[in-house]
Design a protein around this ligand. Sequence first.
Ligand code: 13P
Length: 234
Amino acid sequence: MIIAANLKTNLTRKQTTEYLNTLDSLIDASNSTQEVLVFPATSSLNPHAGKVIVGAQNAYPATNGAFTGEIGSEHLAEFGITTILIGHSERRHVLGESQEELVTKFNFYKDLGFKIVYCVGEPLSLREEGEEAMMKYIDAQYEGIDLNYKNLIIAYEPVWAIGTGLTPTSKDIEDLHSKLKEKCSAPLLYGGSVKVANAKEVLGLKSVDGILVGGAALNVEDFNTMINFAQEIE
Ligand code: 13P
């Protein structure tokens, strides 16, 4: 399975290095064979030689250039980064990235052969409007994305479940994931308030190929426990 941690705007470079080194030792000790991805804050990136795959939370679709405040692909190359998160709800809703911009970013990093974790998910208002409105909204997030791209991973993260402690029921996750699987056969992760207390149940669902964890992954032991759950289940 794929067990991913989005560290968001947390952990300094020093803390991130400690985190990654601890995580690698824990994974080595447990002989885990799970695919583990960690997305640190941009300024905390560093070359990392271990089992954990380090990815970028964001980058601009350019090698370099006049894009104040952004980093380009050559800045990722400096750290050996070939994995990127695209379309996270915080980038869509807090930073205002449009579907068009996300498609440009997706295509740029696809052309470089990056592993891309592409996020989709609906706000609460859409879920409350009902199935049809919700699926229409999620469908639009797939527009322009090459669903046959070999290094694609999809993460379904309902916006209302992120950082709130709320999660859909297992049946809701299973139903929604089954629908998303029909659209695309790429591995499908669930994200949104996953923690030690619910990770086993989520990972046990048939249509879940892994998890994308935010807040609960900041504790490295807890994140490692979730990796171990995946190992037990597989
Ligand atoms: P939480 O696990 O904190 O809800 O965040 C999920 C997330 O946004 C991962 O990308």
